[in-house]
Write a protein that binds this ligand. Sequence first.
Ligand code: PMP
Length: 450
Amino acid sequence: MPTEVDVKGLVEKDKEYLWHAMHQNKSAHPVIAAQGEGAWFTDADGNKYLDGVSGLWCLNLGHGRKEIAQAAYDQMVNVSYFPLTLSHVPAIELSAKISELLKAPYTTFFSNSGSEANETAFKIARQYHAQNGNPGKYKFISRYRAYHGSTLGALSATAQANRRAKYDPTVPGFLHVPPPYSYRSSFGDQPNSDLMAADYIDEVINWEGSETVAGVIMEPFISGGGVIVPSKEYLTRVAEICKKHDVLLIIDEVVSGFGRTGEMFGYMHSDNVQPDIITMAKGLTSGYAPLGATAVSEKIYSKFQGNDGKKHFSHVSTYGGHPASCAVALKNIEIIEREGIVDRVARLSDSILSELRELTAIDKVGEVRGVGFLYGIELVEDKESKTPAPEEYINSIIAACKDKGLIIGRNGDTIPGYSNVLIIAPPLSSTEEDLHFVVDTIKEVFYSVQ
Ligand code: PMP
């Protein structure tokens, strides 16, 4: 730590003044980050941890990249702020870079976060249909267990009961369908249950009337809802269904974008998928600065063009596409490409997954799932019943990992309000030694807690 830290004073101030997300924080001693280096951070008490969830799955290049800090500094001392009602250099360069990475002409609208990127997508989709002669197309379909953000529109697409309960009713016009969750499929225990989940979307669109449906939003791999990894054919089938009904396919790449899954974007694992709208945040800047992005295909953007003064997108965000955030994103992408991060994730992920899968020998480990550097371990009482594992067991695993210097997460919503999936998503730039530490620690903990 740079200077002596008054930990007791900090904890008292933290308890008094700082409102933590998702916690009632008056009792627990918070983990206060004091220093970071690569995949590791040291807390104010001097404990060192490997961040096995990359913050909130965003710190993809780890802490302390001086080049990124320099890019922000250089931008801030030059053009410190400029709105995107006009234009600035890093936003222009970044929008062109995003289109290059998407391997097709896409035009990007910038915001500040993943939630806003999705809100922006919903508004664009409704306006697109209206300006394309179909003003009745306003509904959106998302999947149970999905997380698409915290603002009211994004929360309406989020279909995790516990996250919505205190804030319902959410925005009208959002429908939910079963996820392609083969371990507990709504369509029975059969090999193609995920394709049945895709076909169910077709059925829902038919029942609702395709003339009322604006879009389907999904992550290529449900992350926060418990790491759900369908077959590659699932998304291809969904894309076909959307096309058939003139329903926009909105792909939420907030977690999966920029290499997390071993492709630059998660949808690229599947054939013949050309999303109409793609939303991004987190990995876009590796968490170094807030930034959201909503990229739309030519088909969509063309309907917002013309000189009649009526078709523009009536939406603005003061800080959306902040020059410093765009400069950070450009440097972040430059490093991802220079260091071959995406290929590295693809190359290392299978062996990590197969090591973690050894844990299925334990009766309480129902399933180990994963893609790229995104893994979920579903904990159950026993393999036969698949009843979600008790709270104490899940907490004891997380606490034992923390005692050994590894932070892991927990998510899932398998039964409403209950999360029984451990989440592991280390920084994409973690060294091989770091990755061994993650796997070895988890294994050690599982065998000792049994
Ligand atoms: N979409 C997905 C898939 C996410 O995981 C998240 C955040 N965890 C969001 C959207 C919302 O992003 P933000 O927290 O930046 O608003």
